[in-house]
Ligand binder design. Sequence first.
Ligand code: ATP
Length: 353
Amino acid sequence: MTHRVTLMPGDGIGPEVASAALEVVAASGAQIEWDEVMVGQPAIKEFGTPLPDAVLRSLKKTRVGIKGPVTTQVGKGFPSANVTLRKQLDLFANLRPVLSLPGVKARYKNIDLVIVRENTEDLYAGVEHRLTPGVVGSMKIITWDACTRIAKFAFEYAVERGRKKVTAVHKANIMKIADGLFLEACRKIAKRYPPIEYEEVIVDALSMKLVVNPYQFDILLCTNLYGDIISDLCAGLVGGLGVVPGANFGKRGAVFETVHGSAPDIAGRGIANPTAMILAAELMLRHLGESAAADRIHDALINVLSSRRKKSLTPDIGGSGTTQGFTEALLAAMRGLTESELTRPYAVQGRIA
Ligand code: ATP
């Protein structure tokens, strides 16, 4: 079956990692017809906006998209294209599986955490105002409906995937009303899922606990801002931003992406690690029901990473290679050309999502 998917390469290293993912998906056996649309800097140049109407039109038709990172200017400029896209399509749940990958140097081994982040409100609602010169306000919008649906998503995910525990992340000791409402909703939903353990941890304490002993957590259920920050922390536990994918789900579709940003410091140098984008493509294939193609990609990735051949790996994970070299090694592994030198020790370990 051929699937139509909206492709948004993004900017910065986006087009580099997107093109790697495309090559790998093409070799996976899945039949995808890409509907490519511009987002981010190229779209600003061409259409005067980082998120042209054509993007939403395409996604409304295909209901599945994959997106490279998009630059969001700090303190000025257009509203974030990522945030706008999530809000416009009501992609309320952001799922970030954080998994140790063999061969990737990291502080910890065998990490298997999932971050479930609310995607549509909190301080990301974008309600900011200037009261008087030198005095501004930024609203933290929290609603009962959004809290209950994200909590439900986390517990349903736990049941489907056989996971054990959901930890609600909050700061209700200070934001008693806003984070208090979030906790109230989480508790109400948690009661419906007695086999799943439920606990609550204050976000600052969680940060410390994650660094000291990340194995004590399973699913981290977060409002928008805490989810963003905790995602980068967790990426650091497994080797950095280059290796963690993300997915946004809503009733009307799904968009797969990287956790990392556009990395302007390395854009155009051909050394971006495409792993996160390739894992995002793997998540997308699983969502489309193409599990054999997803398995092929995952196995090839594990093989190339665990081979530790410096030339096949990008510098962020200790290699001396390029995005293209890494991609070619993956394609070769998928064709089975290097089968003899690959021991496939982790070939079936830790599928994503
Ligand atoms: P954003 O706020 O848009 O999420 P950010 O400020 O978190 O972005 P990133 O663009 O994600 O920043 O980059 C943070 C650091 O991680 C940079 O030094 C960047 O080079 C590095 N980095 C991010 N993604 C990759 C990747 N795929 N390969 C190699 N290095 C990366």
